[in-house]
Design a binder for this molecule. Structure first.
Ligand code: G3H
Ligand code: 13P
Ligand code: ZN
Length: 316
């Protein structure tokens, strides 16, 4: 099977009450860890590439790695998605580079500017058979290439459900990332969060069968935080979205759940452990190999949570 778009995946996810995992890739080991978990679990997959990943690894390398994963797993539907595209030019370049799905994130602009830019991307992408994710409302947190609002302000920037309906109708986007209290990175909250599930409920009540996307969905699991801290890291105040909230969202209209930080933490914890226990180790295969295995285990855990294990066949 060649790379696929997300239309069928979202149709099935919506209908059957699960979500598809969208995992960020930056190199070969991360991709292999994700894909080996997916192959075992027989789950549909969205591999997403940020602008930071494009400049770190370069598109030809990433595309060759993903093409290899697709060729080796013909029974698994895999989409290649641009995460947080910020301009028309970036999205156009990704469509031209063979992405099957692109995100235009104009959420920091005014409603009118967001609609206009999203529509421009939709027109180009649809002409080339590519689906478009847009974002309305603002998420918090700061990643290398994705800037958000501060954790304290999250609830002031939730997606307005009425605006969301207008936005979807006028822009023509195929899925919408909503701000419902999540945020990017490892330091999402200072206290245990309550997500604004009413945002998801209100949009899905007004617009049936429309797929929503949840960004910033890492849980920052205590055991991985503890391992990082035990082996020389310093992340005591890291906090994520509780796993129960993620699985609740997956059963609702949320059809795509974005996870990057938890994979980074799994890889980092394992590499730190190897360095700490074997200070004379200098063969990259001896720490990247276990790191790749740690990513695989983390992804398997996520797939159970999202409810998409065994769903590859119906999404193909
Ligand atoms: O949402 C952002 C993703 O975690 C990607 O982060 O921009 O550092 O590659 P990045
Ligand atoms: P996390 O930082 O919570 O993993 O979110 C990743 C994300 O939303 C990528 O777009
Ligand atoms: Zn994101």
């Amino acid at each position: 099977m060649a790379l696929v778009g997300t239309k069928k995946m979202f149709e099935m996810a919506y209908k059957n009450g699960y979500a598809v995992g969208a995992f960020n890739v930056n190199n070969m080991e991360i991709t292999q860890g994700i894909v080996s978990a997916i192959a075992e679990a027989k789950a549909p997959l969205i591999l997403q590439i940020s602008r930071g990943a494009r400049s770190y690894a370069s598109m030809p390398y990433l595309k060759a790695i993903i093409d290899t994963a697709v060729a080796e797993n013909p029974e698994i539907p895999i989409a290649m998605h641009l995460d947080h595209g910020d301009t028309f030019e970036t999205c156009k370049q990704c469509v031209d580079d063979g992405f099957t799905s692109v995100m235009i994130d104009a959420s920091s602009k005014s409603l009118e500017e967001n609609i206009a830019l999203t529509k421009e991307v939709v027109d180009y992408a649809h002409d080339h058979g590519v689906v478009v994710e847009a974002e309305l409302g603002q998420l918090g947190g700061i990643e290398e290439d994705v800037v958000g609002i501060s954790a304290d302000d999250i609830h002031k920037h939730l997606t307005d459900p009425d605006e969301a309906i207008e936005f979807i109708e006028r822009s023509g986007c195929d899925s919408l990332a909503v701000a419902c209290g999540t945020s990017h990175g490892a330091y999402k909250f200072k206290v245990e969060p309550t997500l604004a599930f009413h945002v998801i409920e209100d949009i899905s009540a007004k617009l049936k069968d429309y797929p929503l996307v949840m960004h910033g969905s890492s849980s920052v699991l205590k055991e991985f935080k503890d391992l990082i801290n035990k082996y020389g890291g310093d992340m005591p105040d890291a906090m994520g979205v509780p796993e129960e909230a993620i699985s609740k969202a997956a059963k609702m209209a949320v059809c795509k759940i974005n996870i990057d930080t938890d994979l980074r933490m799994a890889l980092t914890a394992k590499i730190r452990q190897v360095f700490s226990e074997k200070p004379r180790e200098f063969d990259p295969r001896k720490y990247l190999g276990p790191g790749r295995e740690a990513i695989k285990e983390m992804v398997k855990r996520k797939l159970e949570l999202l409810g998409c294990v065994g769903k590859a066949g119906e999404c193909a």
